[in-house]
Ligand binder design. Structure first.
Ligand SMILES: Cc1cc2nc3c(=O)[nH]c(=O)nc-3n(C[C@H](O)[C@H](O)[C@H](O)COP(=O)(O)OP(=O)(O)OC[C@H]3O[C@@H](n4cnc5c(N)ncnc54)[C@H](O)[C@@H]3O)c2cc1C
Ligand SMILES: NC(=O)c1ccc[n+]([C@@H]2O[C@H](COP(=O)([O-])OP(=O)(O)OC[C@H]3O[C@@H](n4cnc5c(N)ncnc54)[C@H](OP(=O)(O)O)[C@@H]3O)[C@@H](O)[C@H]2O)c1
Length: 449
C-alpha cells in the first residue's frame, strides 16, 4: 500500500512507525510537511529550556531511515498539493496537521499591538518561520499571561529566564537578542478558575520555583478556600507546590511571577497610540454544575491591572485545510475515532484518517500519540484489505507534479544537511543548535531557488 501522511509532528511520525513496523502489510510512506524541517511542535512548540524532551526526535529519525519512508518537506496541503491529487497518488491518506490556530478570548482589545497570542510568542522564540518577523516588544515592565495550562507556564518562564539560562538552549537567535534587552520585571499568570482546577503539570509548576533570577509569588488568600485534598493526585501535587510558593518569601531583587486565580479578562485596555496599558479582570466564583463539572462564574466585580503586554495562552485549534472536512464545533478535522467523516452526514470518507491534535484537539503530551496513532493505523490496516490492487501512478510522479508547479520538496537527507548547519552554528554559543528561521535561507543552503 502507498500512504501519504500530512504533517511530521509526533502523531504523524508515530503513525509512520506503526505502519512501517507492521508484519502483515507492506507500506510505502510519503510524509509531507509545509515546512522544510520535520517534527512539528517538538521543534516549534516545546520550550527551548526543555531539551531533554526533544530527544524524542531520535526515535522519529529512526523511522525516517527506513527504506520505504520518504519525507517531502516544504509542501503544503491545500495550496502546493490538493486532496484530490493525493487521492490519485495514494491508497490512503493520514492527516496529522496538528492545531496551528489560536482560540480567541472574544473580548474588546484582542488583536491590538502587544496582545500577542501564544502561537505567535512561542513560534517566535522557537524560530518558526511563520513568526520570525513577529513584533515582540519587551521594553515593557509587566506582562499578563492568560490561561492556566503548561503553555502559559512555558511563556512566563521564557520571559523571566536570564540570558545565561537561555543561551545554551536552541532558542532562536533573534529571540535571545530581544530577551537580553528585556525590561520585563513582573509576569502575571491569570487563571479563570481556581488553583484546584489549574491544568499545569506538577513538574512544570515546580520548575517555576527554580528560576535563577525570578520567584513565584502566590498570595495566601488565593489558596484559602482550597480543599486539603481534591481526590486527584496531580491536582493535589499542584496545590502542595502552590502552598510552598505562598510560604516562601520572594528574594528582594528577583523578578516576580504572580500566580492569580478566579479572574477572567473582560477587556484589554490601550492608550491613544494603541499600546496595551492594562487589563480589566472580572473576579469569578466557582460553580459546580449538575454533571459535577466546575465552571467559573463572573461576580461583576472588576479589577484593573497594569500591564504593557498581554499574552493569551488559552489553547489551540485546527486550521481549516481546503478539501479536508472540518468539525466546526470541536475545531478539529471531522472524524469518528480517527476515520475522517463528512461532518453533515457523519458518513466515513473512505481511506482518509486523522491522528494527533488534528483528531482530538489540543490536549496531551508527545508520548500519548504513540498509542493513539497506532490505534488509527489499526483501522487503516483493517479497512485496507485489497486496496493495494488499485494501480497508482509511479511513486515519483508526485514529485514531478510538484516540481512542474515550482514547488521544491525537501527530502530527509536535505533536512539532515540543514540540521548539520544548525548544529555547527549552535556550537558557537554552546547551544545544541542555532535554528535557521527563514525558508528561503534553508532552500538557498540546499542550492535551490
Ligand atoms: C507550546 C507547546 C509546548 C509543548 N511542550 C510539550 C512538552 O514539553 N512535552 C510534551 O510532551 N508535549 C508538549 N506539547 C504538546 C505536544 O507538542 C503535542 O502533543 C504534539 O506536538 C501534537 O502532535 P501533532 O503531530 O498532532 O501536531 P504537531 O506537532 O503540531 O505537528 C503538525 C505538523 O503538521 C504540519 N502541517 C500543518 N498543516 C499542514 C499542511 N496544510 N500541509 C502540510 N503540513 C502541515 C506542521 O508544519 C507540523 O509539522 C507542547 C505543545 C505546545 C503547543
Ligand atoms: N512541558 C509540557 O509538558 C507541556 C508544555 C506545553 C504544553 N503542553 C501540553 O499541551 C497541551 C496544550 O496546552 P495549553 O496550555 O495550550 O492548553 P490547556 O492545558 O488546555 O490550558 C488552557 C488554559 O486556558 C484556559 N482558558 C481557556 N479559555 C479561556 C478563556 N476564554 N479565558 C481564560 N482562560 C481560558 C483554560 O481554563 P479552563 O481550565 O478553565 O478551561 C486553561 O487553564 C496540554 O495538554 C499541555 O499539557 C505540555
Amino acid at each position: 500500500m502507498r500512504v501519504a501522511i500530512i504533517g511530521s509532528g509526533p502523531a504523524g511520525f508515530y503513525a509512520a512507525e506503526a505502519l512501517l513496523k507492521r508484519a502483515d502489510a507492506v507500506v510505502d510512506v510519503d510524509m509531507f510537511d509545509r515546512l522544510p524541517t520535520p517534527y512539528g511542535l517538538v521543534r516549534g512548540g516545546v520550550a527551548p529550556d526543555h531539551q531533554k524532551i526533544k530527544t524524542v526526535i531520535r526515535v522519529f529519525a529512526t523511522t525516517a531511515a527506513r527504506p520505504t519512508f520518504r519525507f517531502l518537506g516544504n509542501v503544503r496541503l491545500g495550496s502546493d498539493v490538493t486532496v484530490e491529487e493525493l487521492r490519485r497518488h495514494y491508497h490512503q491518506i493520514v492527516y496529522a496537521t496538528g492545531n496551528e490556530a489560536d482560540r480567541r478570548l472574544g473580548i474588546p482589545g484582542e488583536g491590538i499591538a502587544r496582545c500577542t497570542p501564544a502561537t505567535v510568542f512561542v513560534g517566535w522564540y522557537n524560530g518558526h518561520p511563520d513568526y520570525r518577523h513577529a513584533q515582540i516588544d519587551l521594553s515593557v515592565r509587566r506582562v499578563a499571561v492568560i490561561g492556566n495550562g503548561n503553555v502559559a507556564v512555558d511563556a512566563a518562564r521564557i520571559l523571566l529566564r536570564t540570558p545565561a539560562e537561555l543561551e545554551q538552549t536552541d532558542i532562536a537567535a533573534h529571540a535571545l537578542e530581544t530577551l537580553r534587552n528585556s525590561q520585563v520585571r513582573e509576569v502575571f499568570i491569570l487563571g479563570r478558575r481556581g488553583p484546584e482546577q489549574a491544568a499545569f503539570s506538577p513538574a512544570e509548576l515546580k520548575e517555576l520555583g527554580k528560576m535563577e533570577a525570578a520567584d513565584p509569588v502566590v498570595a495566601p488568600g488565593e489558596l484559602a478556600r482550597c480543599a486539603e485534598s481534591t481526590g486527584n493526585a496531580e491536582k493535589d501535587k499542584n496545590l502542595a507546590i502552590l502552598r510552598a510558593f505562598a510560604a516562601r518569601p520572594p528574594r528582594a531583587h528577583a523578578k516576580k511571577l504572580h500566580l492569580r486565580f478566579l479572574v477572567s479578562p473582560t477587556e484589554i485596555i490601550a492608550d491613544a497610540a494603541g499600546n496595551v496599558t492594562g487589563l480589566a479582570l472580572e473576579k469569578n466564583r466557582i460553580e459546580t454544575r449538575p454533571d459535577g463539572s466546575v465552571a467559573a462564574r463572573g461576580t461583576g466585580e472588576i479589577e484593573i491591572i497594569e500591564a504593557g503586554m498581554v499574552l493569551p495562552a488559552i489553547g489551540y485549534a485546527a486550521e481549516r485545510i481546503d478539501g479536508v472536512p472540518y468539525d466546526e464545533k470541536a475545531r478539529v478535522i471531522a472524524n469518528e475515532d480517527g476515520r475522517v467523516v463528512d461532518p453533515a452526514r457523519r458518513a466515513a470518507i473512505a481511506n482518509e484518517y486523522v491522528v494527533g491534535w488534528a483528531r482530538s484537539g489540543p490536549q496531551g503530551l508527545i508520548g500519548e500519540h504513540k498509542r493513539a496513532s497506532a490505534h488509527v493505523v489499526g483501522h487503516m490496516i483493517a479497512d485496507g484489505a485489497g486496496l493495494a490492487a488499485r494501480a497508482l501512478p509511479e511513486r515519483d510522479a508526485i514529485v514531478a507534479l510538484l516540481r512542474e508547479r515550482g514547488v521544491q520538496p525537501v527530502s530527509f537527507n536535505d533536512w539532515k544537511q540543514l540540521d548539520d548547519v544548525e548544529v555547527v552554528r549552535g556550537a558557537r554559543r554552546g547551544a545544541p543548535r542555532d535554528k535557521i528561521v527563514d525558508v528561503e535561507a534553508m532552500l538557498a543552503l540546499l542550492g535551490r531557488e
